[in-house]
Design a protein around this ligand. Structure first.
Ligand code: 5GP
Length: 114
């Protein structure tokens, strides 16, 4: 299965990549919602949170830790930031390749739009 994110991970589509290892790639979101908006994505296509298995526990933990490291590198770790995973249509997911949004660089306000 391919996704736009898989194409980025495989070097078949352009992106501003900030981190890459054997399990995870992170790159800037094409439609930034905040001064820092980076997506942390597993290299293997997992459609969404509903598809995670116990074998993915370490991977998801690593995604969070990589996001925190990137926040530090972007200079927003002390001020604070938000990590977010959207799941399914009511959760606002549009790309069915699991991804963690790292958002920050300004006060982000309430967690949900009212
Ligand atoms: P979702 O709504 O699924 O949680 O988030 C998908 C995110 O992927 C959106 O914030 C959207 O702007 C971003 N996105 C969609 N297509 C591309 C793309 O081709 N390149 C990059 N860098 N981001 C994308």
């Amino acid at each position: 299965m391919s996704t736009v994110f898989k194409k980025i991970i495989d070097g078949e589509a352009p992106a501003r990549i900030v981190y890459r290892d054997e399990q995870i790639t992170a790159f800037w979101d094409i439609h930034r919602q905040a001064p820092v908006h980076i997506l942390v994505v597993p290299n293997r296509v997992i459609p969404g949170a509903n598809d995670l298995t116990p074998g993915d526990d370490a991977l998801v933990g690593r995604m969070v830790r990589v996001a925190a490291q990137i926040a530090k590198e972007q200079g927003i770790a002390e001020r604070g930031y938000r990590l977010m995973i959207n799941c399914g249509s009511e959760g606002g997911q549009t790309v069915y390749h699991l991804h963690l949004h790292l958002l920050g660089g300004r006060p982000l306000g309430p967690m949900l739009a009212r």
